[in-house]
Design a protein around this ligand. Sequence first.
Ligand code: ADP
Ligand code: AMP
Length: 220
Amino acid sequence: MMGPPGAGKGTQSKMLSAKYSVPQVSTGDMLRDAVKRRSRLGVEAKMYMDRGQLVRDGIVVGIIEERLKRSDCAQGFILDGFPRNTAQAEALDSMLKGIGRPLDFVMLIEVNEEALVKRLTGRRVCKACGAEYHILYKPSAKGAECEKCAAEIIQRSDDREDVIRERLKVYRESTEPLAEYYGASGILRRLDGDGPIDSVQAKLVEIMAGRAPKAEAAAS
Ligand code: ADP
Ligand code: AMP
């Protein structure tokens, strides 16, 4: 699942994960978990994350390598927020070659920059289970508590406007070129992520089911 910060990768991946019973593998979530546990890796990662920059390739590639070996990935997985640059994409290619499981699709969710900033400044997450909310677009029915586990809902420390601008810049410079990388292999599908959450999900499911021809997926 590819796209700028705030495009809806986490939201959509979690929905697809529930629908297809395959794990959502999010480097952002795994790094935040390491930060919470104050592990050595977490302490190093936090310095980059708080500045909106990419964590070292060696760290994230190592995390993914470990994660994909776990048995719950045997029937498939949804990568969310990885790879984020060409070096990571190349490392992923050789990893997947090794386990004989190529990527089926790279979904590129596109949303205009103004909307991204609105989404990110209003994003809230559950402190315990990581469920995602938005103060306007997806408020919790339980107010300041998570609908799923009743834990406190908080704002991510990197969802401040100055850090958001940096993350968007890093995306344009390092991650967006991957569209060309995957476009060349024919597995890239672009989709407009501007509509309501459920209609974006419906488009993704259409593409996954192979019902939307390439051109239509790109235009819808
Ligand atoms: P990403 O994982 O790509 O950074 P998220 O899935 O966390 O993005 O979404 C960012 C914020 O925008 C969250 O608060 C989420 O609830 C909200 N959001 C996601 N998709 C949509 C959408 N289609 N319309 C409105 N808000 C959305
Ligand atoms: P995300 O949860 O995907 O928005 O990621 C939050 C932050 O975690 C990013 O701004 C980066 O600092 C870091 N991060 C997540 N995934 C990666 C990755 N694949 N490579 C490098 N840094 C990452």
